[in-house]
Design a protein around this ligand. Structure first.
Ligand code: TYD
Length: 203
C-alpha cells in the first residue's frame, strides 16, 4: 500500500456517526492497523473556531458553505493528508458529502455546485470508502440536538435526506449504506465488516 486509506462516515444528525467512528477506529487499532480518527467540522484549531462560528452566528447560506469549506481545507492540509501520506487509515466523521447534502440540498445552493466547489478546493481528494448510516427522518428528529443547524425545520432535513439519496445514486461504488436503526453493536459489526473487506482488498 503506497498511501493510506481514507474512510468517511456520513448520515443525518442523530445517526450515531461519532459513536460508530469511535468503535470502528478502536476495533481497527486492536487488530493492528494504524488509525487516525477525526471529524468535521473540526479536527484542527482553526476548524474548531470556524465550527463555533457556523453553529452559533447568524450567517448567510453562502457564507455557511464557504466556512465549512475553509474548515475542511484546514482539516485536509493539517490532519487528513499528513496521516494519509504516512499510510494510515484515516476515519473522518463527515466530509464533502455533508456539504452537498446540508448546504447543496438543504439550503438550496445546488448539489452539483457544492460538489464542484469542493472538488476544486480539495483537488478532488475524495474518500475511497464512505459508510452512510441510514436512519429515517423521524428517528433523526428524536435524536438531534438544538444547535443552529439542528433547529432547522423538518422540510430542511427532508432536503438533506434527498441530498444523501442523490449522492448514493451518484457514487454507488464509494458509498455503502448501513442500516442505522438497529442496536449499536449490530450497526458496528456491519460497518466493521464493510471497512475490513475494503482494507483487505487494498493492502
Ligand atoms: P456534527 O459534528 O455531526 O454534529 P454534532 O457533533 O453536534 O453531533 O456536525 C455539526 C453540524 O454541522 C451538523 O448539523 C451537520 C452540519 N454540517 C453541515 O451542514 N455541512 C458540512 O459540510 C458539515 C461537515 C457539517
Amino acid at each position: 500500500m503506497n498511501k493510506g486509506i481514507f474512510i468517511t462516515i456520513e448520515g443525518l444528525d442523530g445517526a450515531g456517526k461519532s459513536l460508530q467512528a469511535n468503535l470502528l477506529a478502536k476495533k481497527l487499532l486492536e487488530i493492528g492497523f494504524p488509525v487516525t480518527l477525526t471529524r468535521e467540522p473540526g479536527g484542527t484549531q482553526v476548524a474548531e473556531k470556524i465550527r463555533e462560528v457556523i453553529l452559533n452566528q447568524r450567517i448567510s447560506s453562502k457564507v455557511e458553505a464557504l466556512l465549512f469549506l475553509a474548515a475542511r481545507i484546514s482539516h485536509l492540509e493539517e490532519v487528513i493528508k499528513p496521516a494519509f501520506e504516512k499510510r494510515r487509515i484515516v476515519i473522518s466523521s463527515r466530509y464533502i458529502d455533508s456539504s452537498i447534502a446540508y448546504q447543496g440540498f438543504g439550503l438550496g445552493l445546488g448539489g452539483e455546485e457544492i460538489l464542484s466547489l469542493n472538488e476544486r478546493y480539495t483537488s478532488a481528494f475524495w474518500p475511497q470508502l464512505t459508510l452512510y448510516i441510514k436512519i429515517g427522518l423521524e428517528v433523526s428528529m428524536k435524536r438531534r440536538g438544538k444547535d443552529r443547524i439542528e433547529r432547522r425545520p423538518d422540510s430542511y432535513y427532508t432536503r438533506v435526506e434527498e441530498g444523501y439519496n442523490w449522492l448514493i445514486r451518484k457514487f454507488p461504488e464509494r458509498i455503502k449504506v448501513i442500516d442505522g436503526e438497529r442496536p449499536i453493536e449490530e450497526v458496528h459489526l456491519s460497518i466493521f465488516r464493510v471497512a475490513l473487506d475494503y482494507i483487505n482488498r487494498m493492502i
